[in-house]
Design a protein around this ligand. Sequence first.
Ligand SMILES: [Ca+2]
Ligand SMILES: [Ca+2]
Length: 571
Amino acid sequence: MTAAFLPARTVTALTSNVLFCTMTGGKDVTQMKKIIAAILCAAVALGLTACVKTGTGAGGQDDFRNGEAVVREKGADAPAPDDNDRVFYEIFVGSFSDSDGDGIGDLRGIINRMDYLNDGDPGSGLSLGIEGIWLTPIFSSPSYHKYDVTDYRSVDPAFGTADDLKELIALCHERGVKLILDLPINHTGRLNSLFAEFCAAHAAGDTLSPAYDRYSWRRPDDPAGGAVWEPIPGSVDYYECNFSPDMPELNFDSEDVRNGLLDLARFWLDLGADGFRFDAAKYVYYGDNDRSADFWKWYIGRLREIKPDIYTVAEVWDIESVAERYIPASNCFDFTAAGQDGIIARTAKGGNVNDFTAYTARTLGRLKALRADAMPVYFIANHDTDRAAGYLGAESADMRMAANLYILSPGSPFLYYGEELGMRGSRGASATDANRRLAMPWGDGDTVRDPEGANYANRTQTSAAEQKGDAGSLYSHYKRLLLLRRANPEIARGEYTPLTPEGTKLGGFVSEWEGGRVCVVHNTSGESLSVSLADLGAEGFETLTAFIGAGEASLAGGKLTVGPQTTAILR
Ligand SMILES: [Ca+2]
Ligand SMILES: [Ca+2]
């Protein structure tokens, strides 16, 4: 315990904590210092008890600075490889952090919260340490979610300006964080001038207008083909809109549309974006995965010519065999592994670790055969699913185990904002997605509010402010997990070999990369389990470098013991 040096470090931190000053909207400084001092006292008190009771593991040393539990991991401050095998963080922009008091999260809010996400100093142990950010759509749109875009080249005024985005991107790049934008291009918003021009061309019967074929449309007698259609105002024809009448779908056979979409992506790449998340990728040609996948292969192929290190991830919400057809074009989220019934959650809840490592090995094999630099994209929840803390239990070891399993895996895992706090939120009986997109519980006066229509009652999570001061919190667990991934770069990008021990609740993998070798062993059971390294198939590993979870771990005389719901890392 190193609380002795706390006062001195605290004074430095107080004068340099610009974020807090911003968030409190310029309150009287003396008053603010009193508040901070009170928070610090509480945090230190919390911390003194918290770091005794938790198994934060070998290699970690806990202390507190400015009210936050410091987590350190040997080797985590080494320069990270500049590739795309990163931990991304999905920010539902309107619900994250509000900078101007209107209740709506915005880009300036994210800038203000950058130290929380990544403070640019992996050795500090004082930020979550994410390596990439996915912003849900930020373009002009009348809805709170902004998946119905009115103007693809402007930032919605509620979220800020293009200059704010440039500033955020510059800050990200300064700190080694990549930022990707969400590009919903299967459909535009109904209020988009592109759609108005299309409707006008149909109403006038102006078949020569370039706008006439801009959207997917059919004549009254054409077959509907299972898709959803609405009448074009002023015309007998129909436009395609599988998601909502407010979301007319573009026609991807149109040269104009294709060229426009290339220009659009180039525009945002030029502004500094590192890539894109592509919404509704399989709906481009409704019911035709071959043509849809061909479009993405063409489109992203062209984008790679513009930016060779671009990162893209597509939403193909379907079974594995369908999602795989898009892998030659782009990384795709692994919806099979996600959610309540996915293999990550099932394994975390006392399941068979061998099944999970075999699944990962098989996935890697299939992806790499389709595209050499394809990678798994694991996640447990996003803005379209119920939150993981609901089906795993925020306070249970299952939630931490799920995080261990998917964060300590190859590729580019995505965590959903607030997941690290155990935020809850589900559609439930009210059937509203707004409940999956609730305001981030900062606990420090942030004015961000829930999106319209939210009515979720079962909020049990503690705030970010509270969890930062607690070395045993879920937040501290995630922070340490990300440091462990960083300290062992083989996990993200190495040659993956599953271990196949006989006991099914204790298992793991070996990963080798650039001469380094790491072994990760998970115990998903509720009891401590022991195995010899020989039986584990992990001969040659000598040092237990870390453990993380509900219990502890030890290595002695070639025998590894891993506590309940705990993960051990050996080198
Ligand atoms: Ca705002
Ligand atoms: Ca479509």
